[in-house]
Design a protein around this ligand. Structure first.
Ligand SMILES: Cc1ncc(COP(=O)(O)O)c(C=O)c1O
Length: 472
């Protein structure tokens, strides 16, 4: 693996290019998840150069590198201004998961003894991860069956003295709808419970959509009772990955997110984030993206995104066998199939046509669907996207639903997965025609259908197994 002698950079870059050939393309709008594309190459170029400029600065010690403090102040300040509380204290983190981890930690440490996190079933699994890491407990509440928004009476019933944090999303990822932030925040405040708004995907999008004419309900720090909010700049801020901001209502709560340790004979540890040593590259990239686009740039992207989302939702509604779930209020559209159009087969067919549509499994009574994240680049190709979805739906109708091998879900559910080694697990999958190394390629429908037929805890055990096999 490690060469005996150093290799020239041109050779290394050629190797990276070759390795990336099988990857999904990150630009162009045909991949409707994971990547956020403005469609403006000069903006991404500015971010890349600023990222490289700040790459070697270590955010471990702000006194050693004042440049990063200045940049972080600017970036956090811009987010606070957009999200209803200019000057609000915040932290620049590596992404939504880290922002959520810190919001949960701050809430836990602010209410000693309270260990429960109350959230809608549509909230991002980063909260489950945070609860798992921080020794807390999740209390899920259902969503309304027609709108997919958190059910307020259920929330009210779930909040009590043991609640460390109430969580709502603006919007939730699965169906792109905004939870009733004002109602839940008021209920939480009445009980002295902090309330976090997960605006990871919507924080840097909803304000621009509102300005472009969309009806966006209040969701930010201007809402009484909201005590923290997360906003990922590596999503609709269009910054390179590794960029999110977590804002707090006051500096006291932010201090609960910090960590300091003097319990060793080494250098002083004072961390604002989970990570200790970390590159300032993402901060430089985020700062440059904000500066390169400016207010007008984001508003224009908001206008395009709004139009593309409306056209997509309207167009999908006209395709036989498909329907949009709920009324998407942001730029995330979930499309369910029907008895004769299997969405997992549809996703495979779209992949054959060169488009990636993200499959989402059924959960808590919400049907399986495909998820499209509309970004700045989508508008230019929205007709082509609709054409592909229509063709893929037609092909899925002809092929019929993915066939789950008879008895397989029952067999898997009955297995003690911990007792199998990775090789046996891979063989078991191969014996029923599932190639675990063929990730992301056409032919995922059966895998998705099998997972869909299993309870969530078994899905989780399988996914961990899968990752282990992939890296073995
Ligand atoms: C609503 C929401 N919260 C949190 C996250 C987690 O963000 P990340 O993948 O940056 O950790 C996501 C990611 O899509 C999200 O949509």
């Amino acid at each position: 693996m490690l060469p005996e002698y150093g290799r020239p950079v041109t050779e290394l870059l050629a190797e990276l290019t070759a390795l990336k050939e099988a990857d999904l393309p990150v630009r162009g709008g045909k991949v409707t998840a994971y990547v956020y594309d403005t469609g403006l190459p000069e903006v991404h170029e500015a971010a890349h150069r600023a990222y490289a400029e700040m790459l070697e600065v270590n955010m471990l010690d702000p006194t050693a590198f004042p440049s990063m403090v200045a940049l972080e102040r600017q970036v956090v300040g811009a987010v606070a201004e957009l999200l209803g509380r200019p000057g609000a204290p915040g932290v620049f983190t590596s992404g939504g998961t880290e922002s959520i981890m810190l919001a949960v930690k701050a809430a836990r440490d602010a209410r000693p003894g309270a260990t429960r996190v109350v959230l809608p079933v549509t909230a991002h699994p980063a909260f489950h991860k945070a609860a798992h890491y921080l020794g807390m407990e999740i209390v899920p509440v259902p969503v309304e069956p027609a709108t997919y928004r958190a059910r307020v009476p259920a929330f009210e019933a779930a909040l009590d003295d043991r609640t460390a944090l109430a969580v709502v999303s603006a919007p939730s990822y699965p169906q792109g709808v905004v939870d009733p932030v004002e109602e839940v925040a008021a209920l939480a405040a009445a009980r002295g419970v902090p309330c976090h708004v997960d605006a990871c995907v919507g924080g840097w999008l909803l304000p621009w959509l509102r300005e472009a004419g969309a009806a966006v309900p209040p969701f930010d720090l201007s809402v009484p009772g909201v005590t923290s909010i997360s906003c990922d700049l590596h999503k609709f801020g269009y910054a390179p990955k590794g960029a999110s901001v977590l804002l707090f209502r006051d500096a006291e709560l932010r201090r609960r997110a910090y960590f300091a340790s003097a319990a060793w004979p080494g250098y002083t540890i004072i961390n604002a984030t989970v990570q200790s040593s970390r590159s300032a590259g993402p901060l430089g990239g985020a700062w440059a993206t904000l500066q390169a686009l400016g207010r007008e740039g984001y508003l224009e992207l908001g206008r395009r995104t709004l139009e593309a989302t409306r056209r997509l939702a309207e167009g999908v509604g006209k395709i036989p066998g498909l329907r949009v779930l709920g009324e998407p209020e942001a730029a995330l559209v979930a499309v369910a199939g029907s008895a004769d159009v299997d969405v997992f087969v549809l996703a495979d067919e779209a992949r054959r046509l060169g488009w990636f549509l993200q499959p989402q499994l059924s959960y808590a009574g919400i049907p399986a669907n495909i998820h499209v994240t509309v970004t700045g680049v989508t508008l230019a190709g929205v007709d082509a996207m609709l054409e592909v979805i229509a063709q893929a739906a037609e092909a899925a109708r002809r092929r019929g639903p993915a066939e789950v091998p008879a008895g397989l879900p029952e067999l898997i559910a009955s297995l003690d997965l911990d007792a199998l080694d990775d090789a046996t697990f891979a063989e078991l999958a191969a014996s029923v025609g599932i190639d675990l190394t063929a990730t992301g390629q056409p032919g995922m429908a059966v895998v998705n259908a099998v997972l869909d037929a299993l309870p969530a805890t078994t899905r989780e055990a399988i996914l961990v197994r899968f990752l282990s096999v992939l890296y073995s």
